[in-house]
Design a protein around this ligand. Structure first.
Ligand code: ZN
Length: 61
């Protein structure tokens, strides 16, 4: 039997934005690294490097 493990982190292949999954809030949160928020380009149409089939709570963007 195969267990599907939801991704815990995703990165935009276009602008480098990196999010981490927050189980408590049920949302993606921008990763902070060395004091910088890896929020990427605010105008980017993010292309996440995860399986597009798994997109649970993402609002239609
Ligand atoms: Zn992006």
């Amino acid at each position: 039997m195969t267990t599907i493990v939801p991704p815990k982190e995703r990165e935009c292949e276009r602008c480098g934005r990196t999010d981490t999954w927050n189980d408590d809030t049920g949302t993606w949160a921008v990763v902070e690294r060395d004091g910088d928020r890896l929020s990427g380009d605010p105008f980017c149409l993010h292309e996440w490097d995860i399986n597009g089939a798994y997109n649970p709570l993402e609002e239609g963007a």
